[in-house]
Design a protein around this ligand. Structure first.
Ligand code: 3HC
Length: 709
């Protein structure tokens, strides 16, 4: 069919169908692709020469990436979205009931509607290639699997396993999908076609795959009967409510769609699924999450400078400083980028400890069965270390993660430059010291840049990349590209105290201190901000970061920006009292054997207050949120981030600004500048100039403009 996304040929009774959306990087299912599918199925059903059908993708790295996201975000009513979902379901029902056997030969990402298509096929073969990933990520876009996924997956692999995938929007590598029973066969890419064709031919001859019930007796007790299933649903509901705090409607709706279908049968389940899909697709939460998806997709292609020169290839990484940060960077670099890593510290004991910690990062993957023993052994062999600069002579990139002190960092820089090749990039993992200052000690300042990782490195997705005044464009693109290879989302920020994250986080933390001083209880502060959508509250965050680290950052910010950043007196006695937070076993909360306990009430004495419930919850939230929005707007005006997109993505990935609110700048847009400015002015009258609205917001309020058009 000319212009069709699907093409097919028949050989030996089997129609081999290839889906390949011309001019698109990935296959996605839009209305017109659905029509192509229906027309193809029609023709295949009629064609007597066809006894069986096998579907493959013509794309190198994707099978099908799901429904076309741009199509459903363009819909404005729940009824339209419900219809879209119902049409998808009908098309896949047609596949499921097709009178001739249909198999999917899956190589590359198979997500959302793509996996729903594969689930409707009668047999699934997947390649064991790392690019082959299967999952239903819909809830991450604020919707649910709306083309039968909430019905077919639990019927195939059991309710518990299906909920585990659907409710978290998880993507699984092919090996795990095979173990779960999502795919029937796992093969090397070279034989995908032959194995799929052979399977479907066997099916045409009457053979049927026998899928065994997974999970044994325990699995049957929970999954295999209505009583057990009701326990599974109840437990899952509790867990979802705990995890989402009621802020994300999609997982609960997905749970309802699965439960409804398991109780009332496939047809009723599909109906409920499409109704719920319709309702979710037009929610503000879904719109925000889709905006974040497109923002991060754009960022993936952004090398951080206009007309960026191609990045230099990094094959060997060297790291100075084998502490918590250095070892975290080492482990993450080996795991994701697969490069040789050389770790250096002042003495061998520290190096050994650092190497062990880096190895833990890789071991964790093996324990969770996310890699094979062979892969694990190969990656572990890439790690080495020493107390000298041996091995640095071949490094393409050196990251220093030593003590946060200008003199120490400059000394390391000089030493590194004396042992590395001319072209090597030197990156400092500083959180506060200007890169330009560090680069003053450099003989080749154009090779010096900042790469600010967040702690703990293996888990935190953000990387701030900070070019100094003289950093060469290719060094920027190299740092960005390598950060991406490490699995991070790099955002280029201006070389200015606190960069972006500490710049907008410090006033928020200080305000939390002011509120404590005003008699707000520690746990109330945390609870309110968690309910507002943060993963942890500001006081827990302080304990996690470490009070000593926070104090240092606060001091730097105060020196740089003056009164507006005056540290909260409430925090002053904490460090002196040895209350450094979780790492010291005591902070605002108590910690026992690594577990966070209750608030340590002795802290109130230290602060000199008693919680008295004097400040209303709404005011607590208003002060904490607006002080951050105001600083974010000001920092954007100062050019700290290049765009609102970068600022919002960084805040979400850097410290968990609630994704369903879209980021601080998007949230300011939602509130509207006139309202934000008005509220800030009233707060400034009561509490002082730290709340004075910044020029950017004032200009927006008077012009009626926004950050996003
Ligand atoms: N819809 C629309 N566009 C999509 C898309 C989709 N499902 N998946 C990818 N794209 C676009 C991207 O926006 C990007 O567009 P651009 O080149 O114009 O910027 C292009 O395809 C290439 O994508 P990436 O740059 O992200 O390519 P990668 O190779 O890095 O990643 C991917 C590929 C893993 C498939 C990633 O794009 C991805 O995660 N896509 C979204 C998957 C998803 O969420 N699917 C569920 C969709 S909702 C659904 O199916 C509903 C159903 O239940 C009814």
């Amino acid at each position: 069919m000319p212009g069709s996304a699907l093409a097919w040929e028949v050989a030996d009774g089997v129609a081999l169908v290839t889906i390949d959306l011309k001019g698109e990087p990935v296959n996605k299912i839009s209305r017109s692709v659905k029509d192509d599918f229906l027309a193809t199925l029609e023709a295949l059903e009629r064609d007597r020469a066809v006894q069986a059908v096998a579907f493959f993708s013509g794309k190198p790295d994707t099978f099908i990436a799901g429904a076309d996201i741009e199509e459903f975000v363009a819909l404005t009513t729940a009824a339209e979205a419900e219809r879209l979902s119902a049409e998808g379901q009908e098309m896949l029902e047609r596949v499921a009931r097709f009178p001739k056997p249909i198999a999917a030969g899956i190589h590359g990402t198979c997500l959302g509607g793509g996996l729903e298509f594969a689930l409707a096929c009668h047999y699934r073969v997947a390649t064991d290639h790392p690019k082959t990933q299967l999952g239903l990520p819909e809830v991450q876009l604020g919707i649910l699997p709306g083309a039968g996924g909430c019905q077919r997956l639990p019927r195939l692999i059991g309710v518990r396993a299906a909920l585990d995938l659907i409710l978290a929007g998880k993507t699984e590598p092919a090996q795990r999908a095979f173990r779960l029973g999502i795919v029937d066969e796992l093969v090397h890419p070279a034989i995908l076609r032959d194995v799929t064709l052979a399977a479907v031919k066997r099916m045409a001859g009457g053979w049927r795959p026998r899928r065994k019930r997974l999970g044994g007796v325990a699995g049957w007790l929970l999954d295999g009967n209505p009583l057990g299933r009701s326990v599974v649903f109840r437990t899952a509901r509790k867990q979802v409510l705990k995890q989402t705090g009621g802020n994300y409607p999609a997982p609960l709706a997905a749970l309802e769609a699965v439960e409804h279908g398991m109780k009332r049968g496939l047809g009723e389940g599909l109906k409920r699924e499409s109704q719920l899909f319709g309702q979710l697709a037009v929610t503000d939460v879904s719109r925000k999450l889709v905006q974040i998806f497109f923002a991060t997709t754009q960022l993936k292609k952004d090398l951080g400078v206009p007309n960026a020169p191609p990045p230099c290839e990094v094959r060997r990484l060297a790291i100075v400083g084998a502490g918590f940060m250095g070892s975290g960077i080492a482990g993450t670099a080996v795991l994701h980028a697969g490069v040789d890593v050389r770790l250096k510290d002042a003495d061998l004991a520290r190096v050994a400890k650092g190497l062990a910690a880096a190895r833990d990062v890789i071991d964790e993957r093996l324990k969770r069965r996310r890699m094979t023993k062979y892969e694990h052994a190969r990656l572990v062999a890439l790690l080495s270390g020493g107390d000298r600069y041996a091995g640095f002579g071949r490094a393409d990139l050196v990251i220093e993660a030593v003590f946060e002190d200008l003199g120490v960092k400059q000394q390391v820089l000089r030493e590194v430059e004396s042992v590395t090749p001319e072209g090597a990039v030197f990156a400092s993992n500083t959180s506060t010291i200007p890169i330009a200052k560090i680069a003053e000690a450099s003989a080749r300042p154009e090779q010096v840049i900042g790469m600010h990782f967040f702690s703990p490195v293996p888990r935190m997705p953000l990387l701030e990349v900070i070019p100094g005044a003289r950093t060469a464009p290719q060094v920027i693109s190299t740092a960005v590209a390598f950060g991406r290879r490490m699995g991070k989302t790099p955002v280029v920020v201006k070389d200015n105290p606190g960069f972006w994250i500490n710049r907008i986080l410090t006033p928020y933390m200080n305000e939390a201190g002011q509120l404590l001083q005003a008699g707000v209880a520690i746990d109330e502060l945390d609870r309110l901000m968690v309910e507002w959508g943060f993963p942890v509250g500001p006081i827990t965050l302080l304990d996690e970061v470490g009070l000593d680290v926070a104090e240092k950052v606060a001091g730097v910010m105060h020196d740089a920006f003056g009164e507006r950043f005056a540290p909260a007196p409430a925090f002053a006695g904490m460090v002196k009292d040895g209350r450094l937070g979780r790492k010291a076993g005591k902070g605002f909360y108590r910690y026992a054997r690594g577990k966070k306990g209750a608030v340590d009430s002795a802290v109130y004495q230290l602060i000199g207050t008693e919680p008295d419930g004097g400040v209303r919850p709404a005011e607590i939230i208003q002060r904490l949120v607006l002080v951050m929005l105001n600083e974010a707007a000001r920092a954007l005006g100062d050019g700290i981030v290049r765009s609102p997109r970068d600022g919002d993505v960084a805040a979400i990935f850097g410290f968990g600004f609630p994704p369903f609110r879209g980021g601080p700048l998007r949230h300011a847009d939602d509130l509207g500048a006139p309202r934000v400015v008005g509220e800030l002015e009233r707060l400034a009258e009561r509490f002082g100039t730290r709340f004075a609205p910044c020029e950017v917001l004032q200009a927006q309020a008077s012009r009626g403009s926004k950050f996003y058009s």
